[in-house]
Design a protein around this ligand. Structure first.
Ligand SMILES: [Zn+2]
Length: 296
């Protein structure tokens, strides 16, 4: 009798789990909103299950990753310099996630611009290999220490290399004083398409991303102008719902086309949307200060 009940219990858990995986991964995909997505009570479920944040003000953040190799960081340098120039013109602060192994290749003037321009810095691990295959605590601690020394501020955010996290990352984050992961993705359920940031085991997971390297949105896979149209469509869909929106800009490159497309996007955000640009660290500080569930 006991084993029969245990069996039914396990089966129920599996079915419920599968249900949520299907819901989160297929129906709640903000890139291509389905009819189902339009009527699904996200906010209610979010508040109920995850104590999510009601971002009434439609906050927007953009994260740019600086990583991978010595050549890449060098190549990034000029792109980052020009990106900051454009971002400053539209008063849009950028959250830079930096893998620290090759940080010494970054130019002093770029570091200075990030420091002084109200931009944000979070950890991207020390080496750019999957966090899940590293000693997570030491990788996070090492990169956090380096970034804190270079940028002279407390580092509270993390995005694992290749966006990979697992439940141990939450533990490692807590151990090292990291307050948020710049992605809702843990290994078992891809929460990243979730519309609001939410707190899990004491660490904020910033869902709500529009990934630039998501097939269609990756600038070098489609013509930049087309890419901007897709971004705008995704952004306006989220804005209408009052969701938090973050743009993830992985493998940022330096082409003129890409930078002018970004400039057009910044102009659109500033002039045609009610979005409030904010750095991810500021968003999390704010959510920590206001009581847990609400940003107002
Ligand atoms: Zn990366």
């Amino acid at each position: 009798m006991f084993f029969l009940m245990l069996g039914w219990g396990l089966l129920t858990i599996i079915i419920v789990h599968c249900f949520f995986i299907i819901i989160f991964n297929i129906f709640i995909n903000p890139h291509e909103p389905s009819t189902f997505a339009k009527i699904f009570p996200y906010q209610f479920i979010n508040n109920l299950l995850f104590k999510g944040t009601n971002t009434e003000k439609s906050y927007f953040s953009i994260r740019v990753d600086i990583n991978t190799s010595e050549e890449n960081v060098r190549e990034h340098d000029e792109g980052v310099r020009r990106l900051i120039h454009i971002a400053d013109r539209y008063h849009i602060p950028i959250t830079f996630s930096i893998a620290t192994e090759y940080i010494s290749v970054m130019s002093d003037d770029v570091i200075q611009k990030i420091k002084e321009g109200g931009h944000d810095v979070i950890s991207h691990g020390h080496m750019h290999t999957d966090m899940t295959e590293q000693d997570q605590v030491s990788s996070i601690r090492r990169s956090k220490d380096i970034l804190e020394e270079v940028f002279e501020r407390e580092i509270i955010g993390l995005i694992g290399p290749n966006g990979k996290h697992d439940t141990r990352t939450l533990e490692a984050a807590k151990t090292t004083g990291i307050k948020f992961l710049s992605s809702g993705a843990l290994s078992h359920i891809r929460y990243w398409s979730f519309p609001y940031p939410f707190k899990k085991d004491g660490v904020w997971l910033l869902g709500g991303s529009i990934k630039s390297d998501f097939q269609l949105y990756r600038v070098d896979k489609v013509e930049p102008k087309r890419s901007m149209e897709l971004w705008k469509k995704a952004i306006s869909y989220r804005t209408d719902k009052g969701w938090y929106t973050q743009l993830e800009y992985h493998n940022f490159s330096t082409t003129d086309d890409e930078l002018s497309a970004l400039e057009e996007l910044f102009k659109y955000i500033k002039e045609d949307t009610p979005l409030k640009p904010i750095t991810q660290s500021d968003l999390v500080w704010m959510m920590e200060k206001c009581n847990k569930n609400k940003v107002s």
